[in-house]
Design a protein around this ligand. Sequence first.
Ligand code: ADP
Length: 397
Amino acid sequence: MKVLVINCGSSSLKFTLFDMADKSVLCKGLVERIGMDGTKLTYQAKGQKIEEPLNISAHNEALAPICAKMTDATVGVIKDLSEIKAIGHRVLHGGMEFTQPIKVDEAVKAGIRKCFPLGPLHNPANLGGIEACEENFPGIPNVAVFDTAFHMTMGPEAYLYAIPQEYYKKHGVRKYGFHGTSHKYVYGRVCEFLGLDASKARVISCHLGNGSSLCAVKGGKVVDTTMGLTPLAGLVMGTRSGDIDAAVVTFLQQQENMTPAQVDTLLNKKSGFLGVSGKSSDMRDICSLRAAGDKDATIAYDMFLHRLVHYIGGYYLLLGGVDAILFTGGIGENSYETRADIVAALAPLGVKLDAEANKSRGQEVVISTADSAFKAVVMPTNEELMIAMETARIVEG
Ligand code: ADP
């Protein structure tokens, strides 16, 4: 079965076509700067990468040039679009409606629309991608795969905020968590990789990228995760503050005459590594600045580590011990110094780093020693493949 995966953002549309027989990628690419000057298609297949300017102004027009490339006599990978049996869509926020991936119909689209206030930047774009596919691929089923769904297994002691429950009941104000597709994928893979029983395993999944979150998983169910109502909560991230005292918001509004939108931008786009270092949101820059003795980059890195260790320690207790801690995302997969610093900070729990194994990058590898109390593992994530797997599962019934 061939499954197309679509990740539609406000100005971009990413696509990957999988052959589910061997889970291989047949082609992938993206259309970027949709609705702006310089709209561009990037298409990769058969070892070639093609970049072309596009004269389009909306998401629904982006699919025709992609389809033309996929069926092209030279760089195409399918003869006819009818070979695509299903389309999987990344949808950011499923609210309390969606606890599983689901085949799209009018009711599902209405549900995604209902979640617009919870995911105001992403959900409208995600729904736009679904509608564009309905137009361009009539009769081919669309499946919505939600970033929040995996976390819906959390209990109320973890997902409720300690504010009057009327806001939870009226608006769904609670912790949802994000990166769910990634956490679910790496949990499944680490169980296969280490031979753990997925119905019992206790795993702390560290998805560390531009956006970062931790997830404590026990027997395939989420015990807790660091992101919240929105992806702003939890760890120190590239441009997001992560946890702060909520009173900071009203304080800044009063003292700096800031509007809610300005505080939102400050905390989501100008904080984290960028805000603290004053120089960069990128971990590679933070690491090189720190190595060169930059004080602000050093404190940004130390804050990142401090909060991570604080959460990992808490999750260790909530899980009643762990079988494995895993690292994924751009930082988790590539930054061996960050992994080494995290594992060193966890020494009181009995985990020990295998420094040689930790040198590897971007591949599945155990980085703890044989006598370590539990395993530390690098586990590259693959959200597109997970969306394709969920999509195939749903349409095959
Ligand atoms: P996103 O959350 O946008 O998907 P990624 O998962 O791609 O982001 O992660 C981006 C982060 O990964 C950046 O902070 C980048 O600096 C970091 N990163 C990528 N490669 C390395 C590396 N070799 N060493 C340290 N950090 C890295």
